[in-house]
Write a protein of this length. Structure first.
Length: 184
């Protein structure tokens, strides 16, 4: 499984980036894939904006310290996912997209390549589904225009089928715990 993410990233680097939907089913696989994503990106010379919950960050940080040097760790920019997606108190696609762009702008302006990973967690509120789809659609345009590799991860058990369907429509790649496939 450790070769899954590096292989996907290699393919996407050759095609100028990609927007990845990752509905994970197993937390251990998820953590392994997240660590593999960060390590692969940093070893390729990329910066990583990593948006994750505090619970998972404890384990991920511990593993990263074993695999990356101090200078390499400086290329990993970690943000709490609740703070990121709800920076203004609630989820609004335009606000979240602007927050995302503001956070990666310094790296792009410096000519650095950046990869992103975001764990999205919220309830089953049907009203938010369309807002999520709107945000993902706008983000997808940015990613494809700028050659970014971006993973959007969701707990498959907590993601309603209707939302999964919307997300499949606005991502170019489906990643699972064990495989990936291109959707376009």
């Amino acid at each position: 499984m450790m070769e899954l993410v590096p292989e996907l990233m290699k393919n996407l680097k050759q095609t100028n980036g990609g927007h990845i939907f990752y509905p994970y089913g197993n937390v251990e696989s998820y953590l392994s894939n997240a660590i593999s994503f960060i390590v692969t990106a940093v070893k390729n010379g990329d910066h990583v904006m990593f948006v994750e919950n505090d619970r998972n960050l404890l384990h991920i940080n511990k593993m990263l310290k074993k695999q990356l040097s101090h200078d390499e760790l400086a290329k990993v920019h970690i943000m709490n996912n609740f703070d990121f997606y709800y920076s203004n108190g609630n989820f609004h696609p335009h606000t979240v997209l602007n927050y995302f762009l503001t956070n990666i702008a310094p790296y792009h302006e410096a000519g650095a390549s950046i990869c992103t990973w975001g764990l999205i967690e919220w309830g089953n509120d049907q009203e938010i589904h369309n807002e999520i789809a709107e945000y993902k659609s706008k983000l997808n345009q940015y990613i494809l225009h700028n050659g970014v590799i971006s993973v959007c991860a969701y707990d498959a058990r907590r993601t309603p089928e209707s939302l999964k369907k919307l997300l499949m429509e606005c991502h170019g790649v489906l990643l699972t715990d064990k495989e990936f496939r291109f959707l376009e």
